[in-house]
Design a protein around this ligand. Structure first.
Ligand SMILES: [Zn+2]
Length: 502
């Protein structure tokens, strides 16, 4: 189905009610794999980080990674889930070349965490509650590279390469209950949920949750039912969507595609689908297996996981403030709008501004520099804000120099430029580049006198009451002092000397 065959989004929603299910896989940031001691560090040679256990060699035995279990419990608690007293791992049996054991160690009907929820905030401020079915522990597969084809897919490839470094890296799979009642906002809810979950995972410190690196990926399940009916339609499952924008687009496309199939009398096939970044479309993957196809059974080589209630409560006590709560608190403290807060969040500036305020700057100044000059630089250089070679302490010092009147905005920008260029701390840059506001009243007075003398006609206008014309004289003085004067003070002096009330 091409994009042009779709039913328009409005028409789709006029006839059908979308029901979504979101499955998010999070790769944990543990140092070692889930069931062996192999390193999880990125960038090693292919298959350098493997051992008999994660290669599934006969006779090897797995041992559970305690940090992996701890991370899973933290995620479960942060999602308001019940933590199981006792649960087991299960083998999910299927053959895939990138899964050397021929089964994935996962959890089936005994997940470590279940029955929770996550409140997500939509762009207009409305809070939507997404109910969580379960969060369970499992392991990642290896990675296949298909060589010789045009698309990088297996079709048309000459041969395939396998790298098992990723096999056995701990994953937490978080599954929502069917998300109903979102209506036309379903794609927005999907995006907001994944965004909130990502913030939460990062705040817990259990993963960096970088979607572009595959540390967090989302399967979007979607079905439509005729408006006013209860029974769920047949769902499609769009796999491994790896950006927030793509999650929203995938949900939107599937709503339009399902509506097109259903309204022309067709049937939706239960299948997995691939999402295409280029045009936001999806194409069929494989016909979806049912759970019984996997012949799950309890993993005989691992002991059950039975976290004591004391441990669970200890972990609960370590949970950080929830990102949504923290965001709302900061938004009030900083006095910014919902929309501005969203921009700050999107720019990755929240923690930087917090740290700058902690270093002594006021919130407005911290926000101004990070969201203005520095965001522009990061954008130009194509790097994240946090990757710029300037620290919140340095930004706070610049803000302080401005607040004290030692720098004006123009000079402050030059100081920032110097810090970014590696010339040292703000004070060093000020010293080296000779950047200080001319606050010597005598020197400033002379510059003002000269500007008045050189612009007699303008001076007359001002004397005649046209105060707005003072801007031209201020400009002349700023030019004469190479921008190093305090513009507000210059204006005062001009009006004073011309005998006009400001
Ligand atoms: Zn290993």
């Amino acid at each position: 189905m091409t994009v042009t065959d779709l039913v328009s989004y409005e028409d789709a929603l006029a006839a059908y009610d979308p029901v979504m299910g979101l499955e998010v896989h999070v790769e944990l940031g543990t140092k070692t794999k889930m069931f062996c001691g192999c390193s999880t560090a990125l960038g090693a040679d292919a298959n350098a980080q493997t051992c008999p256990t994660c290669l599934g060699l006969p006779g090897s035995l797995p041992v559970v990674n305690a940090t992996g279990v701890e991370s899973a419990i933290k995620i479960g608690l942060a999602l308001n889930c019940t933590i199981a007293d006792w649960c087991r791992f299960a083998r999910k049996n299927y053959f895939y070349p990138d899964m050397p054991k021929n089964f994935q160690t996962s959890q089936y009907d005994e997940p470590i965490a279940f029955d929770g929820y996550l409140d997500v905030q939509l762009e207009d401020g409305e809070v939507f509650r997404v109910h969580i079915e379960r969060a369970h522990m499992e392991e990642d597969t290896g990675k296949s590279t298909h060589v010789g084809g045009a698309t990088g897919r297996i079709h048309g490839a000459r041969h395939s390469l396998l790298d098992y470094n990723r096999a056995g890296i701990p994953l937490i799979e978080i599954v929502t209950k069917p998300i109903e009642g979102a209506g036309e906002r379903a794609p927005e809810v999907a995006k907001a949920y994944v965004a909130e979950l990502r913030e939460l995972i990062k705040a817990l410190g259990v993963s960096e949750a970088r979607m572009e690196q595959g540390q967090m990926r989302c399967d979007v399940n979607l079905s439509l039912r005729p408006n006013g009916t209860e029974k769920f339609g047949t769902r499609s499952e769009t796999k491994n969507v790896n950006s927030l924008r793509s999650v929203e687009r995938a949900a939107r496309f599937e709503i339009q595609r399902h509506a097109a199939v259903l309204s022309s009398g067709g049937k939706i096939v239960q299948e997995t689908r691939h999402f295409h970044e280029e045009d936001g479309s999806t194409t069929p993957g494989r016909i979806k297996e049912e759970a019984e196809d996997y012949r799950y059974f309890p993993e005989p080589d691992l002991v059950p996981v039975a976290p004591s209630r004391e441990w669970v409560e200890e972990l609960r006590a370590t949970l950080p403030e929830l990102p949504r709560v923290r965001r709302n608190r900061l938004r009030e403290e900083w006095g910014v709008s919902e929309h501005d807060m969203q921009s700050i969040l999107n720019a990755g500036a929240v923690d930087l501004i917090v740290a700058t305020v902690e270093a002594g700057a006021d919130a407005a100044a911290a926000r101004k520099w990070w969201m203005g000059e520095l965001a522009r630089r990061a954008n130009e250089d194509g790097v994240e804000l946090a990757a710029l070679p300037i620290t919140p302490v340095q930004v706070a010092r610049v803000a302080e120099l401005v607040a004290k009147g030692d720098l004006n905005d123009k000079l402050a920008r030059q100081v920032i430029e110097g810090v970014l260029a590696g010339e040292g701390d703000p004070d060093t840059v000020v010293e080296k580049r000779g950047l200080k506001v001319v606050s010597d009243e005598g020197a400033l007075g002379t510059a003002v006198d000269e500007a008045i003398a050189a612009n007699a006609a303008i001076a007359d206008k001002i004397r005649g009451g046209k105060v707005a014309a003072a801007g031209a004289l201020v400009g002349a003085v700023m030019k004469a002092t190479r921008g190093q004067a305090d513009a507000a003070r210059v204006r005062e002096l001009i009006l004073e000397k011309l005998g006009v009330e400001g």
